[in-house]
Design a protein around this ligand. Structure first.
Ligand code: ATP
Ligand code: MG
Length: 395
């Protein structure tokens, strides 16, 4: 019997089959099932076109129609269903120009990057392995489907993908595949950087990351990685981590001319990531000056604690026990601004004669600091008293 993650999706496949179309599990889920790794998302490929899938299922969300991908809702769950396709030409080397739908699974498998990613499995768990992906998996080997040089010339993202799979799985890259990676490495420059970022994040997260770094240096691929081309040796110091934020904070700490913001810009990451990377770098500096105190813990969001510990270990080989942070946090009088006994409106009421201005924010910040560091009680009357002795500056 198939593992639980496949079972609901197998119903989707069976329904498609009842309508005289084919459907298979494909890609990462089949590979990870064979390797016996945790499966995170289940992808389905089908001979039906998106329009035909929309006729079969009542709830279909067209998320990527240009690639033939829709989301099928089935029993409160979502499944990604993609029509068999071949990728068109990659004339600008950034993305395929146009995809073509096909009715034959083998053609769909042939356009996939590596043999281990080109295995299909039906709802009964029977495997279709036209490119000997299982053999490569059993030998821990990453090998392109078809001639490696052609596949990397077509899409240089596959060069980075080979590295990230090596980092995630600990597999070695087959000789011809590796040679072709070296040959076409300059094409990495032409990729849409957002595609690179997705793979790089996974590369840094792989438990076999040092193995990937070995290949990066062997092939001198770092010349084609934004930012790291200027500080390649940092790649050797990084340890596996599940977010780019601590990686970029680390780059900022270790290189005088590069900021985390530069990294975020180079890789076109989100503002949220930028904020996280900045918070981590600032936390690091404050920690170095003041150690772990109340203000430090108050300012560092809990979700970032692990990354902060990681950063200090990476930067200084210093081990911080998360328990230390927890103890300080438990003693904090307030955990966020919302818990303060006053807000800007209170201040305006207390100083009706003053026009609105930045003094409100500044005073509030100062009061927040006084309360968090237990220099002032979180009570309105106490705060009012304190203000008498610490009159705010006029704007
Ligand atoms: P993960 O488990 O990390 O999601 P995955 O193998 O599912 O790994 P995806 O990026 O989700 O990787 O891609 C799904 C499948 O699509 C791959 O297994 C592969 O068959 C195919 N694929 C993805 N990107 C490419 C590419 N650039 N060239 C060829 N095939 C690709
Ligand atoms: Mg996937």
């Amino acid at each position: 019997m198939l593992p639980l993650v496949f079972q609901k999706a197998a119903e989707v496949i069976s329904i498609i089959e009842k309508h005289q179309f084919e459907a298979y599990f494909v890609g990462g889920c089949v590979r990870d099932y064979i390797i016996d790794r945790p499966i995170h998302d289940v992808d389905i490929a089908t001979s039906a076109t998106p329009a035909e899938i929309q006729e079969i299922f009542p709830k279909v969300i067209p998320v990527g129609l240009e690639h033939g991908t829709v989301i099928v809702r089935h029993q409160q769950e979502s499944f990604e269903v993609t029509t068999y396709r071949t990728d068109g030409a990659y004339t600008d080397h950034r993305r395929p120009d146009k995809v073509h739908f096909v009715r034959n699974i083998e053609e769909d498998l042939r356009r996939r990057d590596f043999t281990m990613n080109a295995i299909a499995m039906n709802a009964k768990g029977e495997i279709l392995d036209s490119f000997e992906g299982r053999k490569d998996i059993s030998q821990n080997r990453i090998q392109t489907v078809g001639k490696a040089a052609d596949r990397f010339e077509e899409d240089a993202l596959r060069i980075i993908r080979a590295l990230r799979f090596s980092s995630q799985l600990g597999f070695s890259i087959e000789d011809e595949t590796k040679e072709a990676m070296g040959k076409y490495k300059a094409f990495i420059d032409k990729l849409a950087v957002e595609r690179l970022t997705v793979e790089l994040e996974k590369l840094f997260a792989g438990v076999f990351y040092p193995k990937a770094v070995e290949s990066i240096f062997e092939l001198e691929l770092y010349h084609y990685l934004p930012i790291f081309k200027d500080v390649p040796l940092l790649l050797k110091q990084i340890e596996p981590v599940s977010s780019l934020a601590p990686v970029f904070a680390f780059v900022e700490l270790k290189s005088p001319c590069i900021t985390a913001a530069d990294c975020v810009k180079a890789y076109k990451c989100s503002n949220q990531l930028k904020q996280q990377a900045n918070t981590l770098a600032e936390a690091y500096h404050r920690y170095k000056q003041h150690g772990i105190d109340a203000w430090f813990v108050y300012q560092l969001p809990k979700e970032q604690w692990n990354f902060f510990v990681y950063l200090v270990q990476l930067a200084d080989n210093e081990i911080i026990n998360i328990q230390e942070l927890r103890i300080v946090q438990e003693q904090l009088p307030v955990l966020s601004k919302k818990e303060l006994c006053l807000n800007g409106h209170d201040l305006m009421k207390w100083f009706p004669e003053r026009p609105k201005g930045k003094w409100i924010k500044e005073l509030l910040n100062e009061i927040e600091y006084q309360i968090v560091t237990s220099k002032l009680a979180n009570e309105k009357s106490k705060v009012k008293d304190w203000i008498q002795w610490n009159q705010p500056d006029q704007d």
